[in-house]
Design a protein around this ligand. Structure first.
Ligand code: HSE
Length: 300
């Protein structure tokens, strides 16, 4: 028995919602091919598209490690499973690369075992993979990768995950400037204490963004996509971040910000055409300052 599963890239935080908001795109994403071997234990027989960056040791690889947690949980710790991972998106890009792989692996094993758990129940296992990848088990990439669309993590303990509605035809323009920003470092640079007045501003914006999604109110979505806690600190890692924002907004973005922990940036748009215009303009700017980049246009 064998399955092939695709899991998508995700944009975490969505500017103001650090660790609590995220959405999935259609592409890019990763693919896992998984087989029941009839033997015992997990093997990782192949990884492609990672330039040799990912470990083939099943205990260190986030896909096999989270599949192992799942197998332990369902009481079949020694089940024989072979995993092939085909990375089809850049690693360390801020697009939930490790999440896409982990989620594809968990969805694959759950499918092979006749969906013993429902999709939402897979989230904690995927969070274990994030913990291994970047030191903290945040859910704002894995939950949207599993569930699709916009997702709110209302609470971590206990885990409370809500799928949010969003306007039809909402698109994302994503540009990945090829500079190195490891999530672990990008998390460590954020202050762990915030002022109450800043918290008030921030939760006002999170509530505004969620309301805008419910009300199909692009104006409200756009003016809520501001972040006074995390973006001012992380933006220094992204070349010409504020110029990129200006270009995106001039080209018709609803809102703009850092995708996850960066260095990718994203804009929400009302249609694919505007998203295409934005990626073109941002990539041209990056080219002018001698930074290579990749871009993606996708429906949310
Ligand atoms: N919420 C996480 C962070 C997402 O901003 O660190 C990482 O992709």
């Amino acid at each position: 028995k064998s399955v092939r599963v695709f899991a998508p890239a995700t944009v975490a935080n969505v500017v103001c919602g650090y660790d609590v908001l995220g959405f999935a795109v259609n592409a890019p994403g990763d693919e896992v091919i998984m087989k029941l071997t009839g033997g015992t234990g997990i093997t990782l027989s192949k990884i492609t598209g990672d330039d040799g960056k990912l470990p083939l040791d099943p205990e260190k690889n986030t896909v096999s490690a989270s599949v192992k947690h799942y197998l332990d949980y369902i009481g079949q710790p020694d089940l024989g499973i072979d995993i092939e991972l085909h990375k089809k998106m850049p690693i360390g890009s801020g697009l939930g690369s490790s999440s896409a792989s982990t989620v594809a692996g968990l969805f694959a094993v759950n499918t092979l075992l006749d969906n013993l758990l429902n999709t939402k129940e897979l989230v904690p296992f995927a969070m274990k993979g994030e913990e291994l990848a970047c030191g903290y088990g945040h859910a704002d990439n894995v939950a949207p990768a599993l569930m699709g669309g916009f997702v709110l993590i209302r609470s971590y303990t206990p885990l409370d995950i809500i799928s949010l509605p969003f306007p039809e035809n909402l698109h994302a323009a994503i540009v990945y400037p090829e500079v190195d920003v490891p999530t672990k470092d990008a998390r460590q640079m954020i202050r762990s204490k915030v002022l109450l007045k800043d918290a008030v501003t921030q939760w006002g914006n999170v509530a505004g963004l969620v309301s805008g999604l419910f009300m199909n109110d692009y104006e409200l979505i756009g003016r809520s996509m501001t972040d006074i806690l995390v973006e001012p600190v992380r933006s220094i890692l992204i070349p010409d971040f504020y110029q990129l924002r200006e270009l995106a907004m001039d080209a018709g973005a609803i809102g703009f910000g850092i995708s996850g922990s960066g260095p990718s940036v994203f804009a929400l748009t009302k249609d694919a055409e505007t998203a295409g215009k934005i990626t073109k303009s941002l990539q041209q700017h990056l080219k002018d300052i001698a930074i290579n980049s990749l871009s993606f246009v996708s429906e949310v």
